[in-house]
Design a protein. Structure first.
Lengths: 253, 288
């Protein structure tokens, strides 16, 4: 039984040397929707994704995942068990590994012993090939991630998130995508938006950080606007984007 | 001929050391410079057990592995708190500590006097006293360890090690509690080095602390950097190259009064040129 909110952020705060990157922020992510996250540079979008995925610790507040109890501290290696997967604004691939290995590493068993004695190699390989076909990188499978073009790197990151098999399957899965469209050619954008829509169709929840209002209007069911680490506005994208305060926050950037 | 067999045995022992360190440095990206400590623990375990209790060599190898596993688990755990360059410096410290123990725990190790008279391995009444037989034994150990390393590095576990090397935080984001992986490979590497130590002690029939200094760890590191990081065959090639190169230089025909110095200088020059023109090493896929 899936809960109404896949993820909630409650009174969350994060300070960097006195700067309030997140300031008493509370958000509720509706399950199964594509949720846009916009805001000027430095408004705390990437910081939010980083604290939700244990990349940096938050100072105050807590989160809940799929109706779980309050989580006051989360480690990066725990998020997969909560069904959370992410991409990075500046692609963080496993550079000196092949494209195929970049995908395989997120599919295979996660324990020391179980990974050492892994027996489902063909099964994993078939899954990885399917993912690489989906993102159009199957012909690059034996190249190093390091040698891919900018756009191909972005696609590999999406593929890696897509390949991820989370937790026990009891949770709704949550994808936190940090500017997956930035700098992509139109045909690559099309692939990425199709993948995001497929994630939604599969019942997953997607948080999309994006600067293009056109993409936000096209894809998102719900929208959060951040400014200086606080929630400036939320609601249906068209309605939110029409608000005066939101327009001002952007023009004042 | 005996000279060639001697060199081949050394190549075998150093191949094991190089393979063991390559798992830690080349595959996992942990710049550990303390492999000589584990090499020494294996050597002393065999030396002490064989000279005092008279247990079988192969039993001493196993006991050496057990002792090394415990020690390396503790060292690896403490080192796991360090990152990057600090990891390397921390590992220096452990090599120096272990060396000091070899030097100063005189009741156990006889300190600088060393332990002489270590017998050669024996099994079912057959003694490996001939060097050619010892070479075969070394080769068997080296091949088993090479195959083990190949299995590990080609497994899903080995892929995770490489991911940790590339970006540990991202590896965690994908669900891996990376500290367990780092500790496991550190202990496996240390245990392999311990086996090399047991072979060395029994082959030379004498151990003293001078064989297990920081300089020895740096030499092992040079072997894998030259041979090529993250490649098991590269580790073996590096061992062959670095053991044989100084020997080959003996036959170059430098003027006798400066031969030793010229050999050293040429050796150094070749290493520098190799690193300059082939930074990934002879076989390597990965640059530091």
């Amino acid at each position: 039984m899936k809960k109404e909110f896949a993820l909630t952020v409650n009174k969350m705060a994060k300070h960097f040397d006195g700067v309030h990157a997140l300031d008493d922020l509370s958000l509720e992510f509706p399950t199964g929707e594509i949720i846009g996250l916009v805001g000027p540079n430095g408004s705390g979008k990437s910081t939010l994704v980083n604290v939700l995925t244990g990349i940096v610790n938050f100072d105050e507040g807590y989160l809940t995942v799929d109706g779980s109890k309050k989580i006051k501290k989360i480690q990066a290696y725990e998020i997969a068990d909560y069904g959370i997967t992410r991409t990075f604004q500046d692609s963080r691939l496993f550079e000196q590994m092949t494209v195929l290995d970049n995908i395989l590493v997120v599919i295979t068993k996660r324990g020391v012993i179980s990974s050492l004695f892994e027996t489902h190699k063909d099964f994993h390989l078939a899954h990885a090939y399917k993912i690489l076909e989906r993102v159009g990188l199957i012909e690059k499978k034996d190249e190093l991630a390091h040698d891919l073009s900018y756009g191909q790197r972005k696609l590999l990151e999406i593929g890696r998130a897509l390949a991820m098999k989370n937790g026990t399957g009891e949770h709704a899965e949550i994808f936190l995508l940090d500017e997956p469209f930035a700098g992509l050619f139109p045909e690559m954008r099309k692939v990425v938006s199709e993948i995001i829509l497929e994630m939604k169709q599969a019942g997953h929840t997607v948080l999309l950080i994006e600067h293009s209002m056109e993409i936000i209007r096209d894809l998102c069911d719900y929208l959060f606007v951040l400014d200086s680490g606080q929630l400036l506005a939320e609601g249906e994208p068209d309605a939110v984007l029409a608000r005066k305060s939101v327009v001002e926050a952007y023009l004042g950037e | 001929m005996d000279y060639l067999i001697h060199l081949a045995i050394l190549v075998g022992i150093y191949s094991i050391l190089a393979i063991s360190l390559n798992l830690v440095v080349g595959y996992t990206g942990l710049l550990s410079i303390t492999q000589a400590a584990f090499y020494g623990i294996g050597a002393y375990a065999t030396a002490i057990l064989l000279t005092t209790t008279g247990v079988n060599f192969f039993v001493s190898v196993l006991l050496g592995i057990v002792i090394t596993a415990v020690v390396s688990l503790a060292i690896g755990y403490i080192l796991s708190k360090f990152r990057g360059d600090y990891y390397a410096l921390g590992s220096f410290g452990f090599n120096i500590i272990v060396f000091s123990i070899f030097l100063n725990w005189q009741s156990l190790t006889r300190g600088p006097l060393g332990i002489p008279g270590i017998p050669r391995p024996e099994i079912f009444g057959f003694t490996f006293s001939e060097n050619i037989h010892f070479l075969l034994l070394t080769a068997v150990f080296a091949i088993v360890i090479f195959l083990l390393a190949q299995y590990i590095t080609r497994s899903s576990f080995g892929r995770v090690l490489q991911a940790i090397r590339e970006d540990e935080k991202v590896t965690q984001v994908f669900g891996y509690n990376t500290i367990f992986f780092k500790l496991t490979i550190f202990v496996i590497g240390a245990c392999m080095a311990s086996v090399a130590g047991s072979l060395f002690a029994s082959y030379i029939t004498y151990v003293d602390p001078s064989s297990f200094t920081l300089a020895e760890s740096i030499f092992i590191l040079s072997v894998i950097v030259l041979g090529g990081l993250a490649d098991n065959t590269g580790a073996v090639c590096g061992a062959i190259f670095l053991i044989l190169l100084p020997e080959i230089l003996r036959f170059v025909g430098f003027p006798t009064d400066v031969a030793a110095q010229l050999r050293q200088a040429t050796y150094g020059l070749i290493l520098i040129l190799l690193m300059l023109y082939r930074p990934q090493g002879l076989m390597g896929k990965y640059k530091i």
